[in-house]
Design a protein around this ligand. Sequence first.
Ligand code: SF4
Length: 309
Amino acid sequence: MSAVPAGSEQPRRPPTELVETPCRSALQRVRGMWFDWSLNPYGGCVHRCTFCYVRAFERRADRPSDARYGRTVRVKTNVVTVLRAELRRPSHQAGLVCLGTATDPYQPAEGRYRLTRGCLETLVAARRPLTLTTRGPLVVRDAALLAEGGAAVSVSISVPTVDEAVVRSTEPGTAPPRQRLRALERLAAAGVRAGVLMAPVLPGISDGDESLAATVRAARDAGAAFLLVGVLNLTPGTREHFLEALAHDWPELLPRYLDLYRGRSHLPAPFVSEVSGRVAGLRLAAGISAERPPRHAQPPAPRQLRLEL
Ligand code: SF4
């Protein structure tokens, strides 16, 4: 069972400023990861999760990583045009593209700007393998388009826990987990390979047997094709804000966290293995795979290209 947060409710979504910021490049080359390119149509994220690892990137870029994070979202208005030009370059190397590595591609601004949609249309038309991660149920809007990519496309729906009280405290701007799982169900029904990213699991808050089991069960019931798990990392920039929020919502856990993360950003391997092992047992019992999205899957032959590159 999870610990119950002590903090009072905050407004779910304070006003956000959308700043239109044309970009010079769309795809970022990534080394040493399970994907090859990252693509983020927006900068900053209105969901403002207390544990968001992007806070650390923002701090390194000299932008606010504290409570002001997510109050401004940068909108890369020309990202689709830039992406098309990059894919046309003879020097461009193929590989798996991951959307949503540094922002949520289906945060509310996407309803207005449709930049994630434009990037997906471009990538699917170019027959590129792609994967995306989101907490936004708006992804359902693009189910038919994602399904066109066949096995070369996968969607990870982030559901760290189905405990709504924990989610309300740690993810001030997201949709409730049940809405995300409904989105997963609809993607699966449309033929999209969709699964659950159960991250971050929070020590003493969402790592209890009952809490883990409820989340794995909900993933199974929603038809998750895969389930991946990760525990909380606290890199500088994320660490300060998360610990401040923790002191507000779970003050009794602060000494434990200070001890667990003393002098380090990542939890020790035995701790991580213990949590991953328990989730693996539950996942196997539920009959869910842990296979990452395929890196080199071939998209199906195009029935009709949506866009000319
Ligand atoms: S949804 Fe993702 S990118 Fe957005 S604040 Fe939460 S963890 Fe960060």
